[in-house]
Design a protein around this ligand. Structure first.
Ligand SMILES: N[C@@H](CCC(=O)N[C@@H](CS)C(=O)NCC(=O)O)C(=O)O
Length: 241
């Protein structure tokens, strides 16, 4: 039985989605033609999030509150892609996202490490180009609390040329992931069958492209399999509402 699902994204000044993390859940939901996921941008500011009554992420998580978060028609909220993809799979088993293959876990691990290494450069863009008040000030202060320095200082220390070799190292793992599990010549991780792992990787590509086209270009040129997968994800990544 289908139900109305609302996907919460971060409010931003450009009015489009950009977070690789949110793209994962957004595109997973969108593969189901029956699912409607209106973006409720008014409720997306991080501060409001914390006052919303949503149960925080489990202790030890990077952030107490994070998106993507989904609200189901029984008013329950699910925060965190790992949990929400399981819930969507239960609610909408067809078409299968091939969670049993476990390739999405490998994809999550690799993409999380790419994002962690790219974060020193991207956090500055998040503050300067994307977030609007009050999220912008909250985020800038929160990163000082977590990192012990401003996002600009972090970029100087760990971004640019310092980050590049680390990103290339993990890119090699991504290239291997995109070749090792194929059952035919198709563009997705498993070949012709799209699986949730492709939404994880495609979400990263699309997020990078929107945030920093130049950085994206260097990254996507690393291996032809990257571009092939991103191209194949077009039906899902073109729209972001
Ligand atoms: N592994 C988590 C990561 C979620 C995540 O970090 N989301 C970011 C948006 S890009 C967020 O909400 N961060 C909150 C913060 O940085 O305080 C998932 O996939 O759900």
């Amino acid at each position: 039985m289908s139900e109305q699902v609302i996907l919460y994204d971060l409010a931003n000044r450009n009015g489009i989605s950009w977070s690789p993390n949110v793209f994962k859940g957004r595109h997973r939901a969108k593969i189901q033609g029956t699912v409607s996921i209106p973006i409720l941008s008014k409720t997306m500011h991080m501060l409001r999030w914390q006052c919303s009554g949503i149960k925080p992420n489990k202790p030890g998580s990077f952030a107490n509150y994070s998106c993507p978060t989904l609200r189901f028609s029984d008013s329950s909220y699910v925060m965190g892609s790992e949990v929400l993809v399981d819930r969507l799979e239960q609610t909408y088993p067809e078409p299968s996202m091939h969670l049993n293959s476990n390739v999405h876990k490998l994809a999550e691990d690799i993409c999380d490490r790419i994002m962690a290494n790219a974060a020193p450069d991207f956090m500055v863009l998040v503050v300067d180009n994307w977030l609007q008040e009050p999220s912008k000030s909250w985020f800038a202060k929160d990163r000082i609390r977590r990192l012990g320095m401003t996002v600009q200082e972090c970029r100087q220390k760990a971004g640019g040329e310092v980050a590049r070799p680390k990103i290339e190292e993990v890119s090699a793992e991504l290239r291997d992931l995109l070749s090792k599990h194929k059952t035919d010549e198709g563009p997705f991780i498993l070949g012709s069958a799209v699986s949730y792992g492709d939404f994880v990787v495609g979400g990263l590509f699309e997020g990078l492209k929107r945030m920093d086209p130049e950085h994206y270009q260097t990254f996507i040129d690393y291996d032809q399999s990257f571009r092939k997968l991103h191209e194949a994800m077009k039906p899902w990544v073109q729209r972001d509402n």
